[in-house]
Ligand binder design. Structure first.
Ligand code: ZN
Ligand code: ZN
Length: 335
């Protein structure tokens, strides 16, 4: 099968690898769409890898046991290889599992962990059945396109009319704009890439503020009419954006960190009375509700997915992600 590999700084190539083999709870999935996430950072740095991608939707082509899915099922492939037996996994919050398994070791397979590939392997309980009337593309937004945003909506307490600051309008931040606008919040997007700012406005943001604007915080306070936003959601992973969220939130407000990396320095958090959340993804027990929401957000998702590339042209896709002039990009591993 064909697999995408990073071969050097801003270099990638398709390589030939054996198809994965499965065992036990593992299922072989033929990947139809592979949404792109943060892999471009490795491409940019030249971090060599033959296992790229963690988001996918596709068709079940082989099962090793009778279980949750069967051959021919259309499924979304959830990220990671959690244990499935700890309390977090059992409660649906598998993403926070601390006991990941090595699927290659379990199955005796050489491949299967990448989604920038024609086939991958996944535990059957981490595959979500796609409703008949939903495309693979839209269903794949249950991964990082809308997944972290939905996870945030399930944790943060949001009321219609609440002001929500979103820092970083990459695909994850745009997902937050979509979902929180749908919940009736007044969303203020924070980014400096004009392509993304315009897209955020189309997706329901009420205002956009450039984080480099010296009056950025004052503008937020003016818009909210209070001493800051009710909720801030950090989606960029940039340390200065974390600090921005702390300063943009009113006292007793809520702050959610979705973006990875970076430190956080808060002076006297007790005085500010914040509730701070760390959110990665969404709990599986909401799968039915989330699929319904995805079908209701069809027109927004059509705007969120801005580009599609054959995997053979992944270089162009990575370069576009570096420029930031895109929403969510989908790869087709078969072209
Ligand atoms: Zn677990
Ligand atoms: Zn992702």
């Amino acid at each position: 099968m064909k697999v995408l590999s990073i071969t050097g700084k801003r270099k990638c190539a398709l390589i030939e690898k054996p198809e994965p083999v499965i065992k036990g709870e593992f299922v072989k999935v033929k990947i139809v769409v592979a949404p792109m996430c943060t892999e471009y950072k490795d491409y940019q740095e030249g971090k060599k890898s033959e296992s790229l991608g963690h988001e996918a939707a596709g068709e079940v082509v082989e099962v090793a046991r009778d279980g949750k899915v069967k051959e021919g099922d259309r499924v979304v492939v959830m990220p990671g290889y959690p244990c499935g037996t700890c309390e977090l996994c059992k409660s649906g919050d598998y993403i926070y599992c601390e006991h990941y398994v090595d699927p290659l070791k379990v199955c005796g397979s050489q491949t299967g962990t990448a989604t920038f590939a024609q086939y991958c392997i996944k535990q059957d309980w981490l595959l979500l059945r796609i409703p008949d009337n939903m495309s693979y593309e839209h269903a794949s937004m249950a991964c990082c396109g809308l997944g972290p945003a939905f996870g945030a909506a399930k944790r943060v307490k949001v009321n219609p009319g609440d002001t929500v600051v979103v820092t970083g309008l990459g695909p994850v931040g745009l997902g937050v704009v979509i979902i929180f606008a749908k919940l009736g919040a007044s969303v203020i997007g924070i980014d400096s890439v004009s392509y993304r700012c315009k897209l955020a406005l189309k997706l329901g943001a009420r205002a956009i503020i450039n984080p480099h604007d010296p009056d950025a915080l004052k503008k937020i306070k003016d818009i909210t009419g209070k001493n800051g936003a009710d909720i801030s959601i950090e989606c960029s992973g940039v340390p200065s954006a974390r600090e921005f969220c702390i300063n943009a939130t009113r006292r007793r407000g809520q702050i959610a960190f979705i973006g990875w990396g970076g430190h956080l320095k808060v002076d006297n958090i007790a005085q500010k009375g914040f509730t701070i959340y760390g959110i990665w993804h969404w709990p599986l027990n909401y799968a039915e509700e989330f699929m319904k929401l995805i079908s209701e957000l069809s027109s927004e998702i059509d705007m969120l997915i801005t580009h599609r590339f054959p995997m053979s042209k992944a270089k162009e896709a990575f370069e576009l992600q570096i420029k930031g002039e895109c929403g969510k990009i989908l790869l087709d591993p078969w072209r």
